[in-house]
Design a protein around this ligand. Structure first.
Ligand SMILES: NC(=O)c1ccc[n+]([C@@H]2O[C@H](COP(=O)([O-])OP(=O)(O)OC[C@H]3O[C@@H](n4cnc5c(N)ncnc54)[C@H](OP(=O)(O)O)[C@@H]3O)[C@@H](O)[C@H]2O)c1
Length: 182
């Protein structure tokens, strides 16, 4: 497992059902079921970051509503970055075919310090497996979906976490849990 970087803080944020699904069945739009309180919390967390990283699948799910901002770089990982070259805006929206390790190293070289990985399953797994993640923000919505994309990809991992904070966000019992990765 790779060493975490000294300067860069890498966090992962996700919202899921009680049974650990990031999506309701095969629906792409999670905002049909995510609580207002989680969305508010997520906006605040985004505001503290200078880079947001997502997989191509997640980018396609949010691209219509994505508001670009010169103060915040969005990075999309895809094995076909050339297909997105016309959408790329240097410093705001960039597409790469890189491993998590390569990406974090190059972002660190460019002076970025706070990186938030926002999904989906494969991205979260790859960053955790590479040993790059310092913190995990998981919101659990009080719902059961039975099927949908899992929090981590369907392969064996064993990563120890330390719960730092658990906060109930609303009357329905949406819970935000913040973990450090041990
Ligand atoms: N509930 C939540 O918190 C949450 C968060 C985010 C997303 N979601 C949902 O999850 C769904 C998308 O998740 P997903 O698991 O299908 O997709 P994803 O992880 O967002 O994207 C997977 C894609 O990312 C690219 N990729 C991943 N690692 C890469 C690497 N190291 N190098 C190059 N490319 C890499 C590949 O793109 P190519 O195929 O182009 O090569 C891969 O197919 C959406 O429906 C979204 O709404 C939910």
């Amino acid at each position: 497992m790779a060493e975490r970087f000294e300067v860069v803080q890498v966090s992962v944020a996700a919202v899921m059902s009680v049974d650990g699904k990031l999506t309701r069945h095969d629906e792409a739009n999670i905002y049909e079921w995510v609580s207002d309180e989680d969305q508010q919390n997520f906006r605040e967390l985004i505001g503290e970051q200078d880079v947001i990283v997502m997989g191509r699948g997640s980018y396609e799910a949010v691209q219509q509503s994505l508001k670009l901002n010169p103060k915040r770089l969005r990075v999309v990982l895809t094995t076909h970055p050339e297909q997105f070259s016309e959408r790329s805006i240097n410093g705001q929206l960039e597409f790469y075919a890189q491993s998590p390790q390569q990406l974090v190293a190059s972002l660190e070289n460019r002076g970025y310090t706070n990186i938030l990985v926002v999904g989906g399953s494969r991205m979260i797994s790859e960053f955790l497996e590479a040993g790059l993640v310092n913190q995990l923000y998981v919101t659990i919505e009080p719902r059961l979906f039975g099927s949908g994309k899992p929090l981590t990809a369907d392969k064996p991992i064993d990563i120890q976490l330390q719960l730092e904070k658990s906060q109930v966000l609303n009357d329905q019992g949406t819970v935000l849990q913040i973990y450090t990765v041990r």
